[in-house]
Design a protein around this ligand. Structure first.
Ligand code: URP
Ligand code: ZN
Ligand code: ZN
Ligand code: ZN
Length: 496
């Protein structure tokens, strides 16, 4: 029999194992139908030439077509960039606008955005962001949207005036999530600490981009992370702290995990590779040295931390298992655009508070960790797959179809070049497929890149023959509950 697609002569990597080069993967109708040592043939055949064959990347934290980033990516550009960086599934956010309590309407709005301009190149789901919880919404509209859209994750904030929730509101949401089998994602920074420092920086006219890093110190993340963990322990419910940037906050997660609580951590490339020096304008890498505002390109929250030692603290927790998922937090805004990063420069006077937060990175996420983690020997290929594909799929209820290579699963793959097959190169923004006018990783050296990206058996990216060659074939993914870990005890009867 002949298959739609056969992939052979590569090292098949899952979170557990590396299979020998002698296996053949046979794909029919977008599903992996066989993995065998017997030679099989296909209408299309890909020789991996000894490179790694990994499950397609799952980027479970991206911001696409949000109202607060009008100079960012839409679904077309964001998902194209995903595919060109080896990511076959992304989970962006559907945000509850103020005074909108019909959550089905909220998600329908984002379906509309995803379907515009021809739709998405990769598969996608939605997390819900709750910014204004009411008792009625949590009791009626919330279970409806969970049921209808199969959304099993909610992000909440302890900071940003527009989004921040009180501890009591967080507890209400954690309890609602427990009752509905939904995982909570928390952006944890202490907003009063940030406001307190901001006031003083403004008074002293210390408003250049670099002061963004001063305004959000590690202790603000440390405290809010500890507090969020405490609240999640109270309800005994799975919680992920998103985009963690500092060792002391990760220490709190480690302790909770050691005590068997279902607490998870996420980090992102910027917290492994970039420091706050990038926000100063007395350095390199900015192109035009007359433009003193370019540090704004690196404004994200939590901010980039100060030293190489800070980065090492995050690497340590990535390697020792505290960190569960490695996402991009792709939250792009163009630099040279009145609604982009330049919004923070009014009549030549800078204020970091007016700069949209976030960095682009959906396309560079996998190559960065592959080149600087796997190819340097800091992490194993299996650990890479776990962090970038398997764990995000398990955390967000996709593990029946995504996040691994096995018979019956979606035929989503990222195939890498064999080591030393390509000459190392310096990244330039024009190599990327997002709609953003810069990359924070400009000039970094890469020793590898996804050679092929395959979504449900379709070769969507062939780096040597046409680049992004797949269509906008991405589908909306209905998700199930987390399969990583659940509550330890029955619900406390006083919370029933
Ligand atoms: O700076 C960031 N990460 N902005 C995006 C919004 C968020 O907090 O995730
Ligand atoms: Zn956040
Ligand atoms: Zn410069
Ligand atoms: Zn984010």
């Amino acid at each position: 029999m002949s298959y739609d697609l056969v992939i052979y002569n590569g090292l098949v990597v899952t979170a557990a194992d590396i299979l020998p080069k002698s296996v053949y993967i046979g794909v029919n109708n977008g599903i992996i139908e066989t993995i065998t040592t017997a030679k099989i043939t296909g209408k299309k055949e890909i020789d991996a030439e000894g490179g790694y064959i990994m499950p397609g990347g799952v980027d479970s934290h991206v911001h696409i077509d949000q109202d607060n980033a009008p100079a960012g990516d839409n679904f077309e550009s964001g998902s194209k960039s995903a595919i060109a960086g080896g990511t076959t599934t992304m989970i962006p956010f559907a945000i509850q606008p103020k005074k909108e309590y019909d959550l089905i309407k909220v998600v329908e709005e984002y379906h509309g955005r995803a379907n515009k301009n021809g739709g998405s190149y990769c598969d996608y789901g939605f997390h819900l962001i709750i910014s204004e919880p009411t008792q009625e919404m949590l009791e009626i509209s919330f279970p409806e949207v969970v049921e209808k859209e199969s959304i099993t994750s909610v992000k909440v904030y302890t900071t940003y005036p527009r989004y921040k929730l009180s501890d009591e509101q967080l507890l209400q949401i954690l309890l609602t999530n427990r009752k509905n089998n939904v995982t909570t994602m928390v952006h944890a920074e202490n907003s009063d600490i940030i406001d307190f420092i901001n006031k003083r920086l403004s008074e002293k006219k210390l408003t250049q981009p670099f002061y963004h890093t001063v305004s959000r110190p590690q202790i603000a993340e440390d405290e809010a992370s500890y507090r969020a963990i405490s609240l999640a322990k109270m309800i005994d419910v799975p919680m992920l702290l998103v985009h963690m940037s500092c060792e002391s906050a990760l220490d709190h997660v480690k302790k909770a995990q050691t005590d068997l609580f279902p607490i998870f951590a996420e980090t992102c490339p910027q917290y492994l590779f970039l420091t706050g020096d990038n926000l100063k304008h007395d350095c390199c890498n900015h192109g035009n040295h007359d433009d003193k505002f370019q540090g704004a390109k690196y404004i994200c929250s939590p901010p980039l931390r100060s030293t190489q030692k800070d980065l090492e603290g995050v690497w340590k927790h990535l390697i020792n298992g505290t960190i569960t998922v490695f996402s991009s937090d792709h939250a792009p805004s163009k630099y040279d655009h009145p609604l982009g990063k330049k919004k923070g420069l009014i009549n030549g006077i800078p204020h970091f508070k007016d700069v949209p937060n976030g960095l682009p990175g959906i396309e560079t996420r996998l190559p960065l960790l592959f080149c600087y983690g796997v190819e340097t020997g800091r992490i194993t290929p299996q650990k890479f797959v776990e962090l970038t594909s398997t764990n995000p799929a398990k955390l967000y209820g996709l593990s029946e179809s995504k996040g691994s290579i096995g018979v019956g699963m979606d035929a989503d793959f990222t195939i890498w070049y064999p080591k030393n097959k390509i000459n190392k190169f310096e990244l330039k923004n024009e190599m990327l497929h997002h709609s953003i006018d810069y990359t924070p990783f400009e000039g970094m050296e890469f020793t590898n890149w996804p050679r092929y990206t395959i979504l449900r058996g379709n070769v969507c990216f062939d780096r040597d023959n046409g680049g992004v060659i797949g269509g906008q074939i991405g589908s909306y993914l209905k998700r199930k509950a987390i399969t990583l870990a659940g509550p330890m005890k029955p619900l406390n009867p006083i919370f029933e």
